[in-house]
Ligand binder design. Sequence first.
Ligand code: WTA
Length: 649
Amino acid sequence: MATKWVTEKDEKGYYWPSDEMKKYANMADVDIFKKASQNPEEFWAEKAKENIHWFEPFSKAYEWNPPHFKWFIGGKTNASYNCLDRHVISGKGDKTAIIWVPEPTEEKAVKISYAELLEKVKKFSNILKKLGVKKGDRVGIYLPMIPEVQIAMLACARIGAIHSVCFSAFSGDSLKTRLIDSNAKVLITSDGYYRRGKPLNLKNNADIAVEGTSVEHVIVVKRAGVEVEMKEGRDHWFHELMEEASNECEAEKMDSEDYLFILYTSGTTGKPKGIVHETGGYLTQADLTCRWLFDLHEEDVFWCTADVGWITGHTYNCYGPLSVGATLLLFEGAPDYPDKDRWWKEIEEHKVTIFYTAPTAIRMFAQWGDSYVKKHDLSSLRLLGTVGEPIDEDAWMWFFETVGGSRCPIIDTWWQTETGAVMISELPGIGPFIPTVAGKPLPGVKAEIVDEGKNPVSGGEGGYLILKSPFSPGMLRTVYNDDEKYVKTYFTEYGPEIYFTGDGARWFDEENIRVTGRIDDVMKVAGHRLSTGEVENAIASHEKVSECAVVPKPHQIKGEVPVAFVVLKGVEPSDELKQELVAHVRKEIGPTAKPEEIYFVNDLPKTRSGKIMRRMLKSLLTNQPLGDATTLQNAETIKHLKEVTGYEG
Ligand code: WTA
């Protein structure tokens, strides 16, 4: 019988860690929250010293000049050294760092040891140097889920270059915006990758993106054998460069506050913003959350299904698990290829112990039915995790019972691209695990729920989720090239001393928080973060469109989907035009952003000052009361919208 890591449900509907779990877990001290909150600065400083290697120690833990803050002042460290060298030096060179599972089943899984990974990273670091990349330079990474992505990230970290990863399903145009904003010198991409059995071309997108930017060199990994054009002098094959590269490369001694990476994410405006994460603080929190939250032990195999193009992939498919010296599983392909049991097959085959995924995926698998899961022995699993959007009770229970066999706790982890690592969750050794409830702010994290007047809300009342100083070390330091945006987006709503998350939340009981979702113009589409403004900009850039509004609509599997209301420039609406607009959005952003529905309308509801009333459109789609129409300059449009959409509002 496989070990039971949770108790039965108690009378309140809570699950708790079993005695076995309490004994086994890296952190099971129920007083840890109180201890950490007495002096969070000291708490984080202690963890940084315990878990991270410093070339030179820091002299001070925290400095706060609202709204800016710094951690581990004067400390010198290197993320690549922490993720690789120190494990090899301590004799763990032979341990598997990455199990890479290619999508085609004819290809065997590849195990890469820490020593091998270190050697490759050193070589690739030398290649970057040879191409002129220096400390502080930006490097774009546009790669699928292949180990070269970790090699590229860690090589940048090693020499102090700042990487900016772009999700490989984003379009060439999306990549271009990111390359321009970050002024990248080099781009690392691949010829293509496999998706549902087909090799897809990625290099073509990269070619579109690079044109007219500051990128001087493109390094291309050969993965899918698709035909690509290599531009003489600019494009280089990864494998050819690697053959000649030296495998000696010392890790650069980076200041704790030196930037480690930029990751672009969607905000309330149309343009993605470059979230900046620094070195020492980010690594400390990525590392600690892997130890305490994902409870990584020596023998664990950790599978986080997030793509490296998102923050979850950065922190839990690269820096966190490698910093603690764990084994991570990297899967290239689609969850339903060649069949809908692919994930469960891999869990069985590689004896995955910790499995971290998104509610969207869980809802999709639940709909496909239990039989795909039941075909496989999942008794290796000890802990399950979710992230990215609120999880409903049905999905939680299905994950718990069918995947976890009612044996494994589920941690529902709340965090953001901006926070760098998990902020709110239960700890597996402490609990409780409550369906639909994320849980407690982690030790050393200060989160509160307040009303519009900054007053803490009580009981089960809804409010806004905020964070307070000392801000945890993994949090963003600024928005790249736009500190004003940093101040405006996060530290204006409640003043310079309070970080505004953009999420609504409420207390489920005295200690545990339920996060209800975004209250701004950010959507979560199949767990992917998108702004309504971004999709609006994409549609509005089409020559036949006069103006448009995009709002999220609830969706059974994907959580939310974008719906567009489009006013045309005197051309006749048609189904072909709808298709054309969908294709246009795919080209401008990528397939994740494509509108689920498009309505051609005469006019959009606007206030007297000309602001589009998106809230009204959102209510219309969910058949909610539309609110006061007297504030509109064009109240007659409501009737028209109802006719066109068929919704009653
Ligand atoms: C949402 C993903 C409810 C939230 C790591 C947040 C969640 C946004 C949860 C950040 C959760 C993330 N429960 N909602 N456990 N986790 N969210 O930047 O709205 O892609 O603000 O980071 O996802 O999305 P991002």
